[in-house]
Design a protein around this ligand. Structure first.
Ligand SMILES: [Zn+2]
Length: 108
């Protein structure tokens, strides 16, 4: 995981963005935010097990599906399986170490 502070790369309303092996945050102080870094670390694991590119295709397609389902952008984002897994476990600092492969499927 390579952290980078990049103010203009992060979409509005978000603080972090992960594209393996980089974790982009929009403020330097966020690098000390253990919960955010743990959240992004979970995305690193998800991206690796899907060999990176398929992760983003799945993420995009599931976002469209959730958008149709919820008709609300924020709700759609929060209900993408990858985000459900990351939000559910971002405060568990042992999660990344003990997580089994393809655990996001439990959150579909
Ligand atoms: Zn996330």
């Amino acid at each position: 995981m390579i952290p980078i502070v990049a103010k203009y790369l992060i979409p509005k309303g978000f603080s972090g963005l992960t594209i393996y092996p980089f974790v982009f945050v929009n403020k330097k102080g966020l690098l000390n935010n253990k919960v955010l870094i743990n959240h992004e670390h979970i995305h690193i694991k998800q991206q690796l097990e899907l060999l990176i590119l398929p992760f983003f295709i799945w993420y995009g397609l599931e976002y469209i599906y959730r958008l149709i389902q919820y008709r609300n952008a924020k709700k759609a984002y929060r209900n993408i399986s990858f985000e459900r897994e990351a939000y559910a476990n971002e405060r568990n600092f042992n999660y990344v170490k003990t997580r089994k492969i393809f655990m996001f499927l439990k959150y579909t």
